[in-house]
Design a protein around this ligand. Structure first.
Ligand SMILES: Nc1nc2c(ncn2[C@@H]2O[C@H](COP(=O)(O)OP(=O)(O)OP(=O)(O)O)[C@@H](O)[C@H]2O)c(=O)[nH]1
Ligand SMILES: [Mg+2]
Length: 364
């Protein structure tokens, strides 16, 4: 059976484990069974219960003790060990019934920028288990507040894409924290689209401490632009619209969209409309507006929507309860239709969405 899924990578603290936890909750609400696979042999207790846990095979602490290695060396050793003992992982995956796998990776960037073990593991997942995975590369959105760090992040994203040779989505995580870092020199879409990096080089040349690196910065930016591979999505893990967009995108990229309900439809048109049509939030919600320009208005609006949704669910629940009490009193009836709780596609599609007077668009 073909398996689909995501392999979640990114520097330490980028939010990988939190995303896997959020994704698992989100997909269970959609009634999509998933296997959560902790591939971090140095993980403390993750907030989710892993269905497969690499720490049952090896832990960084044991490797450090047995082989007198430091934490980074032990992590690379652990991945070589996983590669050699791939059968263990293969058996565990075969035992699980779910055909959607989510891998939570450690934060060591060495693993994703050229170390051969992860490349081998991905190859085996593809060849032996027929896994179609999308790499979700998370980076803390804080990096856009510092232009030189942003350039490094673009370079890392490109390096990872070239090293792993997998379909990859780069994501600026924790976008909800961005207002904490003050006004950005450019609008958010400038950072997500990764175009015209000359502007950022010019900006850095106006800063005293980065002027002397002009040649290096320009060379890196030119290379990133020439490849034309890097762009970023945004993610706030607790925001439903944001998660919806990432799930829809990953489903398309790994091909999951062609499975399940859609695969059963004979209409090629509906299949391709789902695969190629616009994503929720792509046009009608601007991330800059949501998280930077009018955040408080949106937060208040969203709270109101959640309250209404909660009241609706509570009402439905009490109606169901009273119906089932009536049914037990009367003759046996077939079970009543249950309204499924599904995440709303776009929280901000209502007429009452907040309007804002000004944006800082002029900056770019
Ligand atoms: N505000 C906010 N905080 C987040 C978000 N995602 C993650 N965090 C926080 O970021 C911190 C690090 O998150 P983790 O999920 O442990 O990061 P990680 O990438 O798994 O870290 P390592 O496994 O150590 O590399 C935690 O305190 C999370 O609560 C988000 O979308 N918004
Ligand atoms: Mg983690």
């Amino acid at each position: 059976m073909t398996k689909f899924g995501q392999i979640v990578i990114g520097p330490p603290g980028a939010g990988k484990t939190t995303y896997v936890d959020g994704l698992s909750q989100y997909l269970s609400a959609l009634q999509r069974p998933i296997s959560r696979i902790n591939l971090d042999p140095a993980a403390d207790e993750p907030p989710y219960q892993p269905d497969i846990d690499i720490r049952d095979l090896c832990t960084v602490t044991d490797i450090m003790e047995e082989h007198s290695l430091g934490p980074n060396g032990a992590m690379l050793f652990a991945f070589e060990y996983i590669d050699l003992n791939f059968d263990w992982l293969e058996d565990k995956i075969n035992e699980s019934d779910s055909n959607y796998l989510v891998f939570d990776m450690p934060g060591q960037v060495e693993l994703t920028t050229g170390h051969i073990s992860l490349i081998n593991i991905l190859e085996k997942l593809k060849k032996k288990l027929d896994c179609r995975l999308v790499v979700v590369h998370l980076t803390d959105a804080q990096s856009v507040a510092d232009p030189s760090r942003y350039i490094a992040v673009c370079l890392l994203a490109l390096r990872t894409m070239l090293a792993l040779e997998q379909p990859q989505i780069n994501v600026l995580s924790k976008i909800d924290t961005l207002p904490r870092f003050g006004d950005l020199p450019f609008n958010l879409d400038y950072y997500t689209q990764v175009q015209d990096l000359d502007y950022i080089c010019d900006y850095l040349n106006r800063q005293r401490h980065t002027q002397r690196l002009e040649g290096l910065n320009r060379a890196i930016c030119e290379m990133v632009e020439d490849f034309g591979l890097v762009s970023f999505e945004t993610l706030a893990v607790e925001d439903k619209a944001s998660m919806t967009k990432i799930v829809r995108l990953t489903d398309r990229v790994c091909g999951y969209v062609f499975q399940g309900e859609l695969a059963e439809q004979d209409s090629a048109l509906s299949l391709f409309t789902s695969a190629m049509g616009s994503l929720p939030g792509e046009h009608d919600m601007d991330v800059q507006e949501r998280w930077l320009d009018a955040r408080e208005d949106y937060d208040a609006y969203e709270e109101e929507m959640w309250k209404e949704e909660g009241e609706l669910v509570a009402k439905e629940e009490s109606e169901r309860e009273s119906m089932s009490t009536q049914n037990t009193k009367q003759s046996p009836q077939p079970p009543s239709q249950v309204t499924e709780m599904r995440p709303t596609v776009n929280t901000f599609s209502g007429a009452e969405r907040p309007t804002i007077q000004t944006t800082n668009r002029a900056k770019s």
